[in-house]
Design a binder for this molecule. Structure first.
Ligand code: TRP
Length: 331
């Protein structure tokens, strides 16, 4: 294995939404863990991004802590990857200011997430919400990362980051690589309502720490193929979100059994869901156990984040030094 500093640098961030759900895990975090073997991975819990949306300050520390616990429980190994809290590394915000001077007002106004979020919190369209993509660009570029695992909803932000890097390089000399996205190979899982993406704010999630009974209870009311109204109706697994979860979590024989049974109405949704609940609980068991163990050792978790922040800070400071020289601030 190549030494750490020769592996390609990966950066990604996740908002401190509290506990991770299975949609986060299957869509993103599983990839984050997989990249650690082959890449120099830097992962941040992005609390400065979180404060752009309405939130309760008293809850933020717990949200960050729970997210860190779950990331570690999923297999982000702090001995082989860097995990930290964004606000602990001040260079992210320092670089944000500099990059904002290389970003056009019009570009940010075209960001679809900005437009969506502004519509949702019309009474708080703060400047942080507007410059959110610049902070995200700084997160990535401050480590001169070449690769960024993201969901497709973040591609526009990443494209902006590439544009800003290009513009900086053109004006001040080649300093930043243009980071490439690493997209998750499996499409996003929908929530238990079968409609929207799985999301804590919608309340349609299975959380990684949900015990088996809770998983079974949530799945029991999950939406399946809406055209299968009765047990005797044949169903269509290809439009059923419960089947989509089977495909990601259950062994191939089980998926084949469900497809066969559903399309011929020889099994009902109840049996299908029971099988899924069992497999899901099985997949989540080691993660849940690790998370419960970590949550009981808060000092250890805080120590991991502090160590990660110190390591990240050293690297970020080196980049900011080069940036300040390039733009004419330091000698
Ligand atoms: N905006 C990202 C999201 O909501 C989170 C994020 C912040 C991020 N900074 C990042 C992702 C840098 C990748 C790289 O999902």
């Amino acid at each position: 294995m190549a030494p750490a500093d020769q592996k390609p640098v990966v950066f990604s961030g996740i908002q401190p939404s509290g506990e991770l759900h299975i949609g986060n895990y299957l869509g993103a975090i599983r990839n984050w863990v997989g990249l650690i073997d082959t890449h120099d991975c830097i992962y941040a819990v992005v609390d400065y991004h979180a404060i752009t949306q309405d939130y309760e300050p008293r809850e933020l520390p717990t949200r960050v802590f729970d997210m860190a616990v779950d990331l570690l429980a999923c297999g982000i190994d702090p001995a082989r990857a860097t995990l930290f809290r964004q606000s602990d590394v001040a260079q992210h915000t320092e670089l944000t200011w500099i990059l904002s001077c290389c970003t056009q007002f019009g570009e940010l106004g075209r960001m679809t997430q900005f437009k969506d979020k502004s519509a949702r919190q019309a009474d708080n369209i703060n400047i942080g919400l507007f410059t959110y993509p610049v902070l995200m660009a700084a997160d990535i570029l401050v480590y001169r990362a070449g690769y960024v695992p993201v969901g497709d909803d973040q591609l526009q932000h990443l494209e902006l980051c590439r544009e800003v890097a290009r513009r900086f390089n053109h004006r001040f000399g080649d300093l930043f690589p243009e980071p490439n996205p690493i997209l998750s190979s499996t499409p996003r899982v929908r929530g238990l309502d079968g409609q929207a993406k799985m999301s804590k704010s919608i309340g349609n999630t299975v959380n990684l720490r949900d015990p088996p009974e809770e998983i079974a209870k949530k799945l029991a009311v999950a939406v399946t193929d809406p055209n299968r109204r009765r047990r005797a109706d044949p169903g269509n697994p290809d439009v059923c979100n419960v089947f989509a979860l089977h495909e990601r979590l259950s062994p191939p024989q089980v998926c084949a059994w469900v497809r066969e049974g559903c399309t011929h109405a020889t099994i009902g949704c109840v049996e299908c869901k029971r099988a899924l609940a069992g497999n899901m609980a099985e997949v989540l068991k080691p993660i849940r156990e690790a998370a419960l163990d970590l949550a009981a050792r808060p000092d250890y978790v805080r120590d991991v984040l502090a160590t990660g922040a110190a390591r990240a800070r050293g690297r970020a400071a080196a980049t900011v030094l080069l940036v300040r020289r390039a733009i004419g601030i330091d000698g």
